[in-house]
Unconditional design. Sequence first.
Length: 146
Amino acid sequence: MQRANYFHDGYTQRGFIGAVPLMHGSLRFTYRPALVEERSQLSDAAATLKSRLYDRQVAMFTAQKIVLWDLTDVEGREVAVSADALLRLQPGLFVKLHRIVLGWIPSDIDPTWPAETMDRMLDDETESVFSGKTVGELREENDEKN
C-alpha cells in the first residue's frame, strides 16, 4: 500500500478504535488526516483557550475531518457526525479519535482489514517503539523519502 505525500481534497483514510471493556465499544470511521498547519493552529489554540473552549475547538475540528463513522446510540440509530456528538463520546474514545485524526497515534488494527494492511500497521508500531518516534513522525519521514 503506497502512502500519499500530498493530501488532496478527496484523500481519506480508514480508521478503527477497538473496544475497551467497561469503557467504550469499537468505532470504525473514515477521515481526512490533519495537515501540518492545522495541527499547529490547534497547538496555538491550546495555549490561549480555557480547557472547555479548547475541547469545543477540538470537537469542531475533528468533526470536520470525519467523513463517516459507524457510531450508533443505545437504540441502534445512527449518530450524525458533529461537534456535539463528539463531545458526548466517552472521554477515552474522544481523545483517541482526535489523536488519530491529528496523526499523533496510529489507528488500531481493524480485524476486518486485509492481512497486508495489518502487517504494515504492526511494522509501523514496532519501528515506533524502537526509534522513540511517533508513528506519525515515521510515516512523514517515509513519505518524504518516497
